[in-house]
Design a binder for this molecule. Structure first.
Ligand code: ADE
Length: 227
């Protein structure tokens, strides 16, 4: 999978994408991430990327020309499965979308800033708009990191234990069961007996039961979702 990220603040990607599972997946060649500075595509002498809103109102708007020049420099090279704009008014990202998008070959993520992106770019170039939740970030960069991380860890070979993505919360529409490690007794708080029993069938049943109970108490909305 190749992910191209278009941003006005390319340095924001240094940390999140260069550690842990994502770092290893990139090193193994399972995925490539290319960060592009939209400002490099501005053509005027001040490298201007934003301008005032027509009709007035607070906040600057990302101008169409630099973003479109950046998009076209990439679409001229290859075909993209989706060109995604990260924005708080997009569809809310979830595990189902992550599973689907983890199978893509080429993905472009565009990070918004200021008051937003000129609507004509959204209408004519963007194929999907994604929000990572009902709150407003200072820009789409952190959201793009969230999306890239969630996709890359699903690529076969990215996780050491291939089955571990399957037992993630949300993967079967339920939250995951609680987990414990040594010591078996920590300050008098004991690990549930069933986990120490060595009885695989009982352990599977206990985890399933815990998942259901957690989902009912914490996220009952998940139980009403289709499929
Ligand atoms: N940009 C600003 N806030 C955002 C959010 N919640 N999701 C995606 N992109 C954003």
């Amino acid at each position: 999978m190749r992910i191209d990220i278009l941003s006005l603040f390319p340095d924001m990607f240094q940390g999140p994408l260069s550690e842990s599972i994502v770092k290893r997946a990139l090193q193994k060649g399972l995925a490539e991430i290319h960060i592009h500075n939209i400002r490099n595509f501005a053509t005027d002498k001040h490298h201007r990327v934003d301008d005032y809103q027509f009709g007035g109102g607070a906040g600057m708007v990302m101008m169409p020309e630099p973003v479109v020049a950046a998009i076209e420099s990439l679409t001229n090279e290859r075909k993209y499965d989706e060109i995604i704009f990260m924005t708080p008014d997009g569809e809310v990202f979830n595990q189902k979308t992550a599973n689907l998008m983890s199978m893509y070959d080429n993905l472009m993520l565009i990070c918004g800033h200021y008051k937003g992106l000129d609507e004509r770019v959204r209408q004519h170039f963007i194929t999907r708009e994604i929000s990572i939740g009902d709150y407003v970030l200072s820009g789409g960069e952190l959201a793009a990191c969230v999306v890239a991380d969630s996709l890359i860890r699903l690529i076969p070979g990215a996780l050491n234990d291939e089955t571990s993505a399957l037992s993630d919360s949300f993967q079967d529409g339920l939250l995951s069961a609680p987990v414990y490690t040594r010591p078996a007794d920590f300050r008098g708080w004991k690990v549930p007996d069933v986990l120490m029993s060595g009885h695989d069938k009982n352990i599977v049943e206990w985890r399933q039961q815990q998942s259901i109970e957690r989902t009912i108490t914490r996220r009952p909305d998940l139980l009403n979702e289709d499929e």
